[in-house]
Design a protein around this ligand. Structure first.
Ligand code: KG4
Ligand code: ZN
Length: 338
């Protein structure tokens, strides 16, 4: 049968990304990460939009080149419609619409949160696909959700954060400790060298499957303020232990909710996605869950967990097979729901 080539475009936050997929297989996966935000300790929307504007054509060009195809060979263009930062989304959306119009091929709109989950359906050697139904936990700097996935496009959010995302809990705690942005990876590295039970932070009390992380951030701030008043060198003398304790607390919150979700749904296949999936502590906790609770867990390759366009391309491919195309007047939607 004929090959289907989809170009995926992702620009919802601070990464400009493009990817070409041939049927289910990724041929290229290019990401231009915007370094400019590090200096500000968080993503600055206005700067993100401008950087996307500069990066989008070179990134798409590279994705086509690495895939060894020309744009005339493309079957369709898939792009992130939302959720995300409006200015950032507009760049990818407008570019995708123009390119599809110019090439006279279908345009496919993709929900970024669905894409984090459906990244699990990219064909990769040694990459097990979860069977339906499964639970997906998307954990990143922008989102924290537990989703009951009945089929590719039949999924429902059964729990989500009522304030900060879990990645923000890592990043904001790191800021209190004087670590650079984003702090998640460094907390992870230091946690491996520290004692997770050195300091105790209380877990937030949130009903059901929802999460809350803003209280934890405040608790850590007050704790550090109190301790450094007594000992100005408290942070540097205890940094690894503090990181290990913070990470232990956060992972405990995530695992508690997963336990409840498996109990409520009876589903024990669990897939994760989003940048925080890179955390070695959560990976280990999921492995332990396999032994302790009979879970089967699915952790994608790192390049498919953080924001990327391969996940947009795979959703584009799945929608292409169903003939599910966007209208020409489709618009970006910053609060798009699953
Ligand atoms: O998916 P992502 O690249 O971008 C979005 O937020 O959509 O996720 C970035 C988040 C940041 O908060 C970062 O600190 C966190 O993922 N992160 C980690 C680790 N690697 C990235 N958090 C904990 N441990 C890590 N190893
Ligand atoms: Zn994301």
């Amino acid at each position: 049968s004929q090959n289907i080539y989809i170009l995926g475009i992702e620009s919802s936050c601070d990464d400009t990304a493009a990817s070409v997929i041939q049927n289910g297989t990724i041929l290229s996966n290019v990401v231009a990460t915007q370094k400019i935000h590090e200096a500000y300790g968080g993503v600055v929307p206005e700067l993100a939009s401008r950087a996307h504007q500069q990066n989008i054509v070179p990134v798409v060009h590279q994705a086509l080149k690495k895939a060894h195809i020309t744009k005339e060979q493309l079957s369709a263009i898939a792009f992130t419609k939302g959720p995300g930062l409006m200015g950032s989304l507009l760049v990818g959306t407008s570019f995708a619409k123009s390119l599809a119009f110019g090439l006279n091929i279908p345009l496919i709109d993709v929900n970024h949160m669905q894409a984090h989950i459906l990244a699990h359906f990219i064909d990769e050697v040694g990459f097990n696909k979860p069977p339906f139904p499964f639970l997906a936990m998307t954990i990143s700097g922008g989102h924290t959700q537990i989703v009951n996935v009945k089929h590719y496009f039949d999924m429902s959010v059964i729990g989500e954060t009522i304030d900060d995302a879990v990645g923000e809990a890592f990043d904001k705690s790191g800021k209190v400790l004087g670590l650079g942005y984003p702090a998640g990876p460094e907390i992870d590295k230091r946690a491996a060298l520290g004692n997770p039970k050195a300091f105790k932070f209380t877990k937030p009390k949130v009903d059901g499957l929802n999460f809350s992380f803003s209280g934890l951030k405040t608790a850590i701030l007050y704790f550090i303020q109190k301790e450094t008043k007594a000992n100005p060198n408290f942070i540097e003398e205890n940094l690894n232990d503090i990181c290990a304790s913070i990470q232990y607390t956060i992972i405990g919150i995530l695992i508690d909710k997963l336990k409840l979700a498996t109990k409520e749904t009876g589903i024990t296949h669990i897939a994760i996605g989003g940048g925080v999936s890179a955390n070695s502590g959560i990976r280990q906790a999921l492995k332990e869950g396999e032994k302790k609770f009979g879970w089967t867990t699915y952790v994608p390759k790192f390049e498919f967990t953080t924001d990327n366009a391969a996940m947009i391309a795979i959703v584009g491919y799945l929608k292409y097979l169903e003939g599910d195309f966007a209208e020409q007047n489709v618009a970006a939607s910053s609060r798009l729901k699953i």
